[in-house]
Write a protein that binds this ligand. Structure first.
Ligand SMILES: *[C@@H]1O[C@H](CO)[C@@H](O)[C@H](O)[C@H]1NC(C)=O
Ligand SMILES: *[C@@H]1O[C@H](CO)[C@@H](O)[C@H](O)[C@H]1NC(C)=O
Ligand SMILES: *[C@@H]1O[C@H](CO)[C@@H](O)[C@H](O)[C@H]1NC(C)=O
Length: 563
């Protein structure tokens, strides 16, 4: 069955409210079709996942002391995610004296009495299960919630991840025996053989450290992948690169050799801090241009090789106070939209039982608040909502390709209610079919209308004389996300958004120099290719006539399929 688009309406704001949405069933298992992940019928399934941590010292999925698991999984769905990347430590699968501890015993040995009481109250069914059974139960509950699950081997020894010197970084490190790893992967894969909603396994998170090298990567990743495939042929095999899951560049020259096809996915991680404090100390246009080019060289090229690229971790401090994160996020969103990538947000977790020695640590990158009750920041979901529906791919070829004009700062797109209404930002699923012509006009497909700059500081308009300079839009700056034109007095302007009305206006172009204090993101627009059917039946306006004074306007109901 096809994926359906989701609206942002009806977000759960109170803990007691349960989700009501029904997820369209996806025909499992998944496989790959060139760079796309598809279902049994060959229709695209876009992974829009959230990371749920289950690899810390307690070895229990976080948050079960705060809320019943059914409520947590309802919430995940209601936020528009269709899958969970559930992390696990290797020793959960390989150390029988660890995995036979009950949940209660596991917390007792850590002195976490409060967590025991919380789990007793919220998820009593799990408290006396052995850790491995508890893990299985969590996976099972997610399936009842119709969520897909990707099992991510995050680390070997339970605990916070990742550093170069934690003994978990690369094959041969203190806690990372390749043989034990293959044994653990095999067990985990076999355990979930026949559990349809377990759709993928990430074989190892963030390879890193002084021992990392390309030869061992091929040697062990090939073995690990074959082992998982033999134990469970239904899961996607997801491989991480070197240097904290940032570097797949070695695959340019040497492909991996596997006995199976149509199951392989590569993953990459991309945070603001992946580039240190570059975002804060540099000019955002330049940093976005540079970092994006680098990403394409290090991992993005994999799409051209015909493999899906899964951004299995990205995220920001949701308080909005981290400038580095804020600037990165707009750039990230533009790239994720442009390439229509599969992704997993870091993280679901509102707080941890115990992380790095701190009991109840608040997770500012978490989408849930400390109590796992409400959204930490509801504006964040709007930012990522445009990425939740696929733009392209198998089964989404209802229409010839058009463009969506995406505004990453808000997560919205340029939409138009009618001919007379001003151009505004609105949900991307309501986007009109724009077309960027070879002459650099931004036309409404199938009409004579194009976007024109009128005056500095004024609304951009739709007009029909698309041959003049104020209808030509260049993509300028290192980010290539400023759409720039000229108004009648010859001044250069850029498309912008009036933040009080959300109307599309033109202003003088921001931050084209090297200024690092400057934030250009209100003027960032990304033209994203789309072939999906338009979100709602739209009444389109077609113009018939030869001169502006003699325009006949005819409303034509084009009746695009609505979803
Ligand atoms: C297995 O787990 C137990 C309980 O946590 C621990 O004491 C022991 O050191 C672990 N063994 C190995 C080989 O990691
Ligand atoms: C894959 O197989 C080819 C042909 O047998 C061989 O030349 C190549 O070195 C192999 N690559 C790896 C990474 O094992
Ligand atoms: C939510 O995020 C926005 C944008 O980053 C920020 O301005 C706002 O203060 C945040 N709200 C809360 C409650 O943290």
């Amino acid at each position: 069955m096809k994926e359906t688009t989701r609206s942002m309406k009806g977000l759960i704001l109170f803990c007691s409210v349960a989700a009501v949405w029904l997820q369209a069933a996806v025909g499992l298992p998944l496989h790959t079709d060139s760079r796309w992940i598809v279902d049994e019928e060959g229709q695209r399934v876009k992974l829009r996942c959230v990371n749920w941590v289950s690899h810390l010292e307690a070895v229990v999925a976080e948050g079960l002391s705060k809320q019943p698991i059914d409520e947590i999984s309802n919430r995940i769905e209601s936020f528009g995610f269709n899958c969970v990347r559930l992390t696990w430590p290797l020793f959960l699968a390989t150390n029988d004296s660890l995995n036979s501890l009950t949940v209660r015993q596991s917390f007792q040995r850590l002195g976490l009495a409060e967590a025991i009481a919380g789990i007793q109250a919220n998820n009593p069914f799990i408290i006396d299960l052995p850790l491995i059974k508890a893990f299985e139960a969590v996976v099972g509950k997610l399936g009842e919630g119709k969520l897909m699950v990707i099992l991510d081997n995050h680390i070997s020894k339970p605990g916070w991840c990742c550093s170069n010197f934690d003994g978990n970084g690369f094959f041969g490190d203190q806690y990372f025996s390749p043989e034990l790893w293959i044994k653990g992967l095999t067990r985990m894969a076999a355990m979930f053989n026949g559990v349809a909603h377990v759709v993928g396994m990430s074989l190892r998170n963030e390879l890193r450290g002084p021992k990392q090298n390309v030869n061992d990567w091929y040697r062990y990743m090939q073995r690990g992948a074959e082992a998982v495939h033999s134990a469970n042929p239904d899961v996607l095999i997801i491989l991480s690169g070197l240097s904290f899951d940032r570097d797949l560049s070695f695959l340019k020259n040497q492909p991996i050799n596997l006995t199976f096809t149509a199951k392989l996915v590569y993953e990459v991680h991309w945070y603001g801090f992946s580039d240190g404090s570059s975002w804060e100390s540099g000019n955002s246009n330049q940093v976005c241009g540079r970092v994006t080019n680098n990403l394409m060289k290090m991992s993005g090229f994999i799409l051209e090789q015909g493999f899906p690229l899964f951004i299995s971790e990205f995220g920001v401090d949701q308080r909005g106070t981290n400038i580095n994160d804020n600037r990165y996020l707009s750039c990230f969103l533009s790239v994720a939209a442009e390439f229509d990538l599969d992704w997993a947000l870091w993280t679901l977790v509102g707080s941890y039982y115990l992380r790095e020695g701190v009991v109840g640590l608040n997770e500012f990158y978490g989408i849930l608040d400390w109590n796992w009750c409400s959204l930490r920041n509801s504006s964040f979901l709007q930012r990522i909502s445009a990425l939740q529906s696929p733009f392209q791919g198998p089964g989404l070829e209802e229409r010839r390709q058009y463009n969506v004009i995406f505004h990453p700062l808000t997560g919205l797109c340029v939409v138009r209610k009618s001919l007379l209404d001003p151009l505004k930002l609105g949900p991307c699923v309501d986007s009109d079919p724009w077309y960027y012509t070879p002459q650099k006009f931004l036309t409404l497909k199938g009409t004579y209308f194009c976007i024109q700059a009128e005056e500095m500081g004024k609304q951009a308009k739709l007009g029909i004389i698309c041959t003049v300079s104020n209808a030509k839009w260049d993509m300028i700056s290192d980010s290539k996300m400023h759409l720039s034109s000229k108004v009648s007095n010859g001044s250069m302007v850029c498309l912008d958004v009036d933040s009080s009305t959300n109307e599309i206006v033109t202003n003088s172009c921001k931050c084209l120099g090297r200024d690092s204090a400057c934030d250009p993101s209100s003027q960032w627009f990304k033209l994203v290719n789309s072939t999906r059917s338009l979100g709602r039946a739209r009444s389109m306006v077609s113009m018939v006539g030869s001169s502006l004074g003699n325009v006949v306007t005819k409303f034509v109901e084009l009746g695009y399929g609505s979803t």
